[in-house]
Design a protein around this ligand. Structure first.
Ligand SMILES: Cc1cc2nc3c(=O)[nH]c(=O)nc-3n(C[C@H](O)[C@H](O)[C@H](O)COP(=O)(O)OP(=O)(O)OC[C@H]3O[C@@H](n4cnc5c(N)ncnc54)[C@H](O)[C@@H]3O)c2cc1C
Length: 460
């Protein structure tokens, strides 16, 4: 048999699996999390229920295909449950790595290991209830700084300002390395938090950085910025609501200063000038001035990195992919072995595993499909690899003391969660602990097999 393995069941992996299954091949998904969905389940804002529900439905349709096999709760990697070598020993005809970008980009600042300093994705995993992050300490204080000005930073600000059950936030400051015209968030996202911005405070910040932006040819007058990004603030009568959201532009944190208990107390920030480059783009260059900002929580939302522990060869920008001299900044799908300067036959990356932190779920879907079609092209002419069957793989995983979660198990878990939601009178419910989920699956399996037996008993 020529079966294709997919590592990771986020949107890239799930839609890669669909493409492969539609082509008539057996596809085997290996996923770190018990549940499929990746960042759709555990990253996208919890209140975007409609979007999540739509995607969950599509994932369920993929899993319902008879030639799609699922092994959740199995983390692939050198220091994890199953090495790539062990995967290879199950004889896949090709492997698509769609494991996302699980590391966080770091600035390596002094004091960054202080309490209260978090990477955005870990924090987002926490409030989206992904085990084990769900039960780890991600406590926040009253004054929070978020470094980065993309949609993830704004999602986190929204959580802290609007929906966190802790209700302790007094102020959130978003720190941007470059200027106000270079913010990366979408209009749709800023609308959720705009009402927390103090009009006069943002105007003052824009005036503060205006001369430095003007020297790079940028007009950052409040009128222009309000028109472009903060529509609510165009109205001069606009009154903000607490907790407050502010922005600090042309600023780069250089150190975290902890208090006596080791928790972040202040951050040191370098002021930047904006420099216009010959190609028309801008860069931020430190101008030697510094200031300090009092914070008790600092969240870095500056992007993600590929996890080197998976065991894929690494290049300067993440997982190494075949060089493309014509498009050097666009990674290809084929995995590259720099040591031998050759492609690894039959190995592909897709989604955020190809390009970290790039694009929405729809882009990841498309990327998964492209990755799958590359794998299918390869497999078409490759000899039969003798891929193990689902029961054989399951037996091997269990022999390694792993507790793989299958499609049938996911259905049992779904039933228990539905029941919990009804009992708690909630629209939906999800467990946030792996052991609890595994126990719930086991108990549900036992009770449904008892029901099955009882059904067979003759009624008196
Ligand atoms: C905070 C945040 C908010 C977002 N909001 C939106 C939004 O509102 N709308 C939108 O369209 N997009 C949004 N996105 C983007 C979207 O989530 C991504 O585009 C998409 O999820 C990337 O898909 P992926 O499959 O490549 O990776 P992921 O979704 O990260 O999936 C990776 C999968 O691989 C698995 N995995 C990881 N490591 C291993 C391993 N070692 N072994 C086995 N399996 C492994 C994980 O368990 C996971 O299931 C958001 C992203 C973030 C971070």
């Amino acid at each position: 048999m020529k079966g294709i393995f997919v590592v990771g069941a986020g949107p890239a992996g799930m839609f890669a699996a669909r493409q492969i299954a539609l082509a008539g091949y057996d596809v085997f998904l290996f996923n770190r999390d018990i549940k499929p969905g990746g960042l759709v389940e555990y990253g996208i804002y919890p209140l975007k229920e409609k979007m999540k529900a739509g995607l969950r439905k599509q994932f369920a349709q993929v899993l319902a295909m008879p030639n799609v096999h699922y092994f959740g709760n199995v983390q692939v990697g050198d220091d994890y449950d199953l090495t790539i070598e062990q995967l290879q020993a199950m004889h896949p005809a090709a492997i698509v790595f769609a494991c996302g970008a699980q590391g966080a980009r770091k600035l390596g600042l002094p004091g960054a290991d202080s309490k209260g300093v978090y990477a955005a994705k870990d924090f987002v995993y926490h409030y989206n209830q992904l085990p084990p992050y769900a039960s780890m300490d991600f406590s926040t204080g009253k004054r929070i700084a978020i470094v980065g000005v993309g949609n993830v930073a704004i999602d986190i600000a929204r959580w802290l300002l609007e929906d966190s059950p802790d209700r302790v936030t007094e102020s959130v400051v978003v720190i941007a390395r470059r200027g106000p015209l270079e913010v990366k968030f979408d209009e749709k996202e800023i609308e959720f938090v705009e009402r927390h911005v103090v009009r006069e405070e943002l105007s003052a910040e824009l005036m503060r950085v205006q001369p430095r932006c003007a020297s790079a040819g940028q007009d950052v007058s409040p009128e222009k910025l309000f028109e472009q990004h903060f529509r609510l603030l165009k109205n001069s009568d606009f009154k903000s609501v607490p907790p407050h959201l502010s922005f600090r532009f042309l600023s780069s944190p250089t150190a975290v200063i902890p208090d006596a208990q080791g928790r972040a107390a202040r951050i040191q920030v370098a002021e930047n000038d904006l420099v216009l480059k010959p190609d028309g783009s801008t860069s931020a260059v430190a101008n030697g001035e510094h200031c300090e900002i009092e914070v008790d929580t600092l969240i870095f939302a500056i992007g993600d990195e590929h996890d080197p522990k998976i065991g894929l060869p690494m290049g300067p920008g993440g997982y190494a992919t075949a060089p493309d001299p014509e498009h050097p900044s666009e990674p290809r799908y084929e995995v590259w072995q720099p040591a031998s300067s050759s492609v690894i036959p039959g190995w592909y990356v897709a989604g955020w595993a190809r390009k970290a932190s790039t694009g929405l779920a729809g882009i990841a879907r498309h990327d998964g499909e492209v990755g799958a079609s590359r794998a299918l092209e390869f497999v078409k002419t490759a000899p039969d690899s003798g891929t193990l069957s689902e029961p054989e793989i399951l037996a091997q995983l269990e022999a390694m003391d792993l507790r793989p979660v299958t499609k049938a198990d996911l259905q049992l878990l779904g039933k228990v969660e539905e029941r919990e939601a009804q009992e708690r009178q909630m629209p939906s419910f999800k467990f946030s602990d792996n052991e609890v989920m595994l126990k719930a699956i086991q108990e549900e399996r036992l009770s449904s097999s008892h029901v099955g037996e009882a059904d067979l008993q003759p009624t008196v």
